[in-house]
Design a protein around this ligand. Structure first.
Ligand SMILES: NC(=O)c1ccc[n+]([C@@H]2O[C@H](COP(=O)([O-])OP(=O)(O)OC[C@H]3O[C@@H](n4cnc5c(N)ncnc54)[C@H](OP(=O)(O)O)[C@@H]3O)[C@@H](O)[C@H]2O)c1
Length: 233
């Protein structure tokens, strides 16, 4: 997304933990960018980096904040399920909420800007194998929906992006079938197109051929039928 936005003319402030990956990214941005080596679970450091980005002369103030950092159980080495759950919830729910709140705090002073959360179709209803991931994404989507009430009359808006399976290092580790797996270029193009609209959508779900049946089934199936449909045979 950073590359796609950068190619379309945006100055990028990229946050992550791996400085070498961030440096590689910044080198590819045609309109410039700045790397901020931050673990988003350190909320003070996160706020500090976002504050720096907001006052950075070359880029102008923040006008788009994307809470994208995310992890899943499959990327955590700890064998302690409770510890893994806490880590997933800390990044995907608590740190994402902090990112959105800091973005709101900085941008509302000017009364213009857009917030975006990358949640997931996995938040639609509990799925097998990744309880913390599903719960964290459901929490994030609900957070965004609730936060939207408080944005009325601030001049800010917010989009909840709910992708299906996208080919990234996160899904490269999966050993189960991933229906309608989408290439990252297609996913980023759809997301950035939506964010660049004059009025970005409140919710963006893709691919539709996964989102619709999933949401329909999630809405009508009672718990036992949901378990039977998705449970291990
Ligand atoms: N791939 C999919 O199928 C899919 C579907 C729906 C939603 N999503 C969501 O899309 C987002 C991006 O995921 P991805 O598929 O691109 O996975 P990925 O390739 O594993 O990328 C995860 C990103 O999150 C950053 N990150 C993780 N923990 C962090 C932390 N504590 N502090 C700062 N940055 C952190 C990573 O940077 P560093 O490691 O350098 O910190 C990396 O840039 C996630 O929120 C994910 O849940 C993915």
């Amino acid at each position: 997304m950073a590359l796609e936005l950068g190619r379309r003319g945006t100055f990028i402030h990229a946050l992550g933990r791996r400085s070498e990956r961030l440096d590689e990214l910044i080198a590819e941005l045609p309109h410039g960018g700045l790397a901020h080596v931050v673990d988003v679970t350190d909320h003070a450091a996160l706020r500090g980096a976002m504050g720096l980005a907001d006052t950075h002369g070359a880029s102008g103030p923040l006008d788009l904040v994307i809470a994208n950092a995310g992890i899943a159980e499959n990327g955590i080495e700890s064998r302690d399920a409770a510890d893994a759950a806490a880590q997933v919830l800390a990044v995907n729910a608590a740190a994402a909420a902090a990112t959105l709140e800091f973005g709101k705090e900085f941008m509302r002073q000017r009364g213009v800007g857009h917030l975006c959360a990358i949640s997931s179709l996995a938040g639609t209803r509990g799925l097998p194998g990744a309880p913390a991931y599903c719960a964290s994404k459901a929490a994030l989507s609900t957070y965004v929906e609730a936060m939207r009430f408080g944005l009325a009359r601030t001049g800010l808006s917010i989009t909840d992006v709910q992708p299906g399976f996208i080919k990234t290092p996160m899904t490269d580790r999966n050993r189960f079938p991933m229906p309608f797996l989408m290439e990252i270029e297609e996913a980023t193009r759809r997301t950035v197109d939506a964010l660049e609209r004059t009025r970005p959508p409140s919710i963006l779900r893709y691919p539709r051929r996964l989102a619709w049946p999933l949401r329909l089934a999630a809405g009508i199936l009672p718990g036992w039928a949901w378990q039977r449909a998705l449970g291990e045979k």
